[in-house]
Design a protein around this ligand. Structure first.
Ligand SMILES: *Cc1c(COP(=O)(O)O)cnc(C)c1O
Length: 382
């Protein structure tokens, strides 16, 4: 049986060229970039080059990029870093109800520690209205954090509009761009953002590697204290091989972005058309106008998510619920809940996410098998 991996929003396989780029930094070049001898110089130089590549991918300056242990740390650093730096100015933060837990839970932690957080609701498509952000702004608002593209339903937010409001009011704006990076072109020279999080393992880079863009006029408190690395904004010896791999992955994804978008649009149509032809009832969750093409969140009324995922796994297809599915317990998605979808839709949602390595044949096969399982399972439920 051929296994078909359709869970690229959770993580992606390492690109072979990325692995090749990383290997010398495990095998030969072990110097600490902070060391002054030639061993250190060698890796210092490589880290500098990689930083330039990541910066260039966002049209940022190398000095505006700090490397982190992933998207989660980038989000935590941005939010905690601003919250603690500006605590005497105000303690109100605005975010949305559909953020990744790395943002929501960080905000919830701050709420327990004397901060106030407004969680902006979204519409049926999962979009935040810029006007509702404007209305939530108070005298003591210090940060707005709204994600670029949602990891469960793929909805892309009106980042430029929200950023423009933040800028007009003189409030820092952070965006979690982890899921959108590699799928959307980003230019921080025109995009009004102050902080932006990205992660390597969502773009065929290594796990445990990410970065935070911090605009040159933005002052944050470090989240990790210790050495002088990252200009004292993130202590700890650099993950040299990870950084090299991240830069390689960014370079590849930058080169292939348009091709991949087109490919994933095709994959979406293949799936949707197959289900229509099979008379499988379904609804697409998210926006049909503003979306990341690699994420397809769909509900099959009459089925249950857990049952579907189990049957798909048996058929060799790896999909996801879109929500955190921890051992034994199954939580409904806070994103779909915020979108106000009906119970039936909420309980039967599946996320298919495409990536490097998928082929049209695989997608076709996955669509047919999924359709067959839906027809079988929903018949049994009736
Ligand atoms: C995956 C993801 C994260 C977390 O990134 P890690 O590198 O896994 O820590 C944060 N936000 C979004 C939107 C994500 O998809």
């Amino acid at each position: 049986m051929q296994h078909i991996y359709l869970d690229h929003a959770a993580t992606t396989p390492l690109h072979p060229d990325v692995l090749e780029a990383m290997l010398p930094y495990y095998r030969e070049f072990h110097g600490n970039p902070s060391s002054l001898h030639s061993f250190g110089q060698r890796t210092r130089h490589a880290v500098d080059e990689a930083r330039s590549v990541i910066a260039e991918s966002l049209h940022a300056l190398p000095s505006e990029i700090i490397f982190t242990s992933g998207g989660t740390e980038a989000d935590n650093t941005a939010i905690m870093g601003i919250a603690t730096a500006l605590k005497d100015k105000g303690r109100h933060i605005i975010t949305s109800q559909i953020e990744h837990h790395a943002v929501i839970d960080t905000c919830a932690f701050l709420e327990k520690n004397g901060y106030d957080v407004t969680y902006i609701p979204v519409d049926k498509q999962g979009r935040v209205s810029p006007e509702s952000v404007r209305q939530a702004i108070r005298e003591d608002t210090i940060l707005i954090s709204i994600m670029y593209g949602n990891n469960e339903v793929g909805t892309v937010q009106p980042i430029s509009e929200i950023g423009a409001i933040a800028q007009e009011k003189g409030i820092y704006f952070h965006t979690d761009a982890v899921q959108a990076y590699g799928m959307e072109r980003m230019d921080v020279r025109s995009l009004p953002v102050d902080l932006l999080s990205i992660s390597a393992h969502k773009i065929n880079g290594p796990k445990g590697m990410g970065a935070l863009y911090i605009g040159k006029n933005v002052k944050i408190n470090p989240h990790l204290h210790g050495g002088n690395q990252e200009k004292k904004r993130r202590a700890g010896t650099e993950n040299v091989a990870g950084i090299i791999g991240f830069a390689k992955a960014a370079e590849i994804s930058g080169r292939t972005l348009e091709d991949h978008r087109m490919q994933y649009e095709k994959y979406r149509s293949i799936m949707l058309e197959a289900w229509s032809e099979m008379n499988v009832p379904f609804t697409v969750n998210g926006s049909l106008e503003h979306y990341l093409p690699h994420i397809l969140n769909v509900s099959f009324p009459g089925t249950r998510t857990e049952m579907m995922l189990m049957n798909l796994d048996i058929a060799g297809i790896a999909a996801a619920s879109g929500s955190a599915c921890t051992a034994g317990s199954f939580e409904v998605s806070h994103v779909l809940e915020a979108m106000g979808v009906a119970q039936e839709i909420l309980q039967s949602a599946l996320r298919f996410s495409f990536g490097y390595g998928n082929t049209e044949e695989q997608i076709h096969e996955a669509a047919i098998k999924t359709g067959e399982i839906v027809l079988r399972v929903s018949k049994a439920e009736r």
